[in-house]
Design a protein around this ligand. Sequence first.
Ligand code: 5GP
Length: 184
Amino acid sequence: MKIKDIEFRKFISREKIAEKVALLARQIDEDYKGKSPLFLPILNGSFIFAADLTRQVQVPCRVTFVKHSSMQGASSAGQLKTLIGLQESLFNQDLVLVEDIMDTGLTLTRVLEELQSLGTKSVEIVTLLRKAKAREHAVQPRYIGFEIGEEFVLGYGLDYDGWGRNLQDVYKYTGQGKPGQVGN
Ligand code: 5GP
């Protein structure tokens, strides 16, 4: 299948994804019995995963979306801001960060740094995909859907230059064409 200028082939089917999402939701239910987690999906890539996952979770929960800004500027309070869109107080909350894919781990490291000063009760990470090099990273998600290699993927929320987020399966780059800029 061609997206813009490059070829992709199906990699993880929608059925496999659905099975995995249900499994992750059951694990979260088990671990958060008696608690009410606050899910923090990191936009844009996690929007479909987060929608499917949170609809399967049975424990009472809330969901609030945030965006990671790669351009770190000063906020009005003069602090560095990595997370945009955060309205709720995270004080004393059991947070579950929802990520689409962990590659270098830089995004999650930055997000965790920003959360450190906010007095959260606990912070765990659920990521749909984790690339091979992230396995060595200091940041270890508690919940991981699929461990993959170094391939460039899209679909199920993940894009190539803005395209492909709406695909129901996850596809991978075949090596034909040249991937350019990716979103987040
Ligand atoms: P990290 O900060 O862990 O290197 O990268 C995480 C972010 O990079 C993801 O949230 C995602 O937006 C983007 N990313 C990393 N690998 C891929 C990939 O294979 N495909 C797509 N579409 N985005 C990726």
